[in-house]
Write a protein that binds this ligand. Structure first.
Ligand SMILES: NC(=O)c1ccc[n+]([C@@H]2O[C@H](COP(=O)([O-])OP(=O)(O)OC[C@H]3O[C@@H](n4cnc5c(N)ncnc54)[C@H](O)[C@@H]3O)[C@@H](O)[C@H]2O)c1
Length: 340
């Protein structure tokens, strides 16, 4: 890409927008930590320059502006989008204002947008965003952070080259809501092996584990992958006890686990046991991949350089089957007596 940086704007300076690493900036040079927020990633990326920020909460806006030395601060996104010349927009509020922001951004000629997940609460909401982005010829990516790891991208190539064999079973352990956290797991499954012919056979959730109105479902489901069926199971945990996010993919010849809140990837090869040849055993590959640190950098690189929707790691269009799967899970409540 040319040396001219894209002018970037940020709407939503809360946790993932800015707050998570504001403390780190005060303790060390901004150069020295891996970005874990949109603001840091936009400042550190060689492709972008953060020129304006917006938050309707005056305190949040001011604190972010001071921490990041950004003078152009707006309480109202309509005002920011009409006054600033912006090429790339990150949106990290909650989903309610996304469609209005996308339309105003479209009218302001902003073509590159990174939206926080899950982008909408329903498939219909995502379809509306996809329609707007098409109307304004925008490239819109959704920020499922674990999909941006280089290790996830190379895993996808390995799966496609069939060296791991067919996927047999995926198990998810998670908490804090199917929309909020469960979609991270479903987005990884979709990215790596697809959600073709997703069917949810049963689901159950304890309203007491809900994250606000977002219930955390245990479910049993299946997908079709290159002509064979892979099972998906999930176990919903109560977030008030502890925090968990794990995915365990079992393929014919390997097992891939996203552990430690999905920040580490462990791969085991599966081979016949030497003594008991009727059994298969797992043998660890030597390295545990620490994947977390590059995710935000890769997200900004992808949205700032993609030439078309097919180059986006996870587009708004990709979110339609994802949210349809969420609805199929919610609609299969207690169909076959799944116990929690
Ligand atoms: N990708 C990830 O790993 C990840 C991690 C955390 C959160 N998230 C997602 O990011 C989104 C935000 O989560 P959060 O924890 O940062 O929330 P938050 O409440 O900390 O931050 C949201 C910010 O947006 C501001 N805001 C809300 N409506 C606004 C509006 N109309 N105009 C301007 N500002 C507005 C709020 O004042 C707040 O400061 C959620 O959708 C969440 O699911 C994603």
């Amino acid at each position: 890409m040319s040396t001219k940086k894209l002018k970037a704007g940020l709407i939503g300076c809360g946790n993932i927008g800015s707050l998570y690493d504001e403390g780190l900036i005060q303790r060390e040079s901004v150069i020295d930590h891996s970005p874990i927020t949109h603001a840091s990633a936009l400042i550190k990326s060689p492709n972008t320059e953060l020129v304006a920020i917006c938050d309707s909460n005056a305190n949040r806006l001011k604190t972010c502006g001071v921490a990041r030395s950004i003078e152009n601060q707006y309480a109202d996104f309509a005002e920011m989008l009409s006054k600033e010349k912006i090429d790339l927009l990150c949106i990290a509020t909650h989903p309610a204002p996304y469609s209005e922001i996308l339309k105003l951004a479209g009218k302001a000629g902003i073509r590159r947008i990174l939206l926080e997940k899950p982008a909408a609460d329903t498939a219909q909401g995502i379809e509306e965003l996809a329609r707007i982005s098409k109307e304004f010829k925008q490239l819109v990516a959704v920020n499922y952070l674990r999909n941006w790891y280089p290790a996830t991208v190379s895993l996808k190539s390995e799966i496609e080259s069939r060296t791991l064999g067919q996927p047999i079973h995926v198990h998810i352990n998670y908490d804090k809501g199917l929309l909020n956290n469960g979609t991270h797991a479903l987005a990884l499954i979709q990215y790596l092996i697809g959600l073709d012919q997703f069917q949810s056979t049963d689901a159950a959730s304890d309203p007491e584990h809900a994250y606000g109105s977002d219930r955390t479902w245990s479910f049993r489901a299946q997908i079709s992958h290159k002509g064979s069926i892979a099972k998906i199971t999930s176990c919903a945990f109560d977030y008030r006890k502890f925090s968990i996010f794990e995915l365990d993919f079992v393929f014919e010849f390997a097992r891939v686990r996203f552990t430690e809140f999905g920040t580490k990837i462990r791969i085991d090869n599966i081979r016949p046991d030497h003594e008991h040849t009727e059994y298969k055993v797992f043998t660890p590959r030597s390295r545990i991949i620490d994947a977390h640190s590059t995710a935000f950098t890769n997200a900004i690189h992808n949205i700032s350089t993609a030439q078309g929707e097919s180059e986006l790691n996870f587009s708004i269009q990709d979110s339609i089957p994802l949210l349809k799967s969420v609805e199929l899970i919610q609609n299969s409540e207690n169909r076959n007596g799944l116990n929690l």
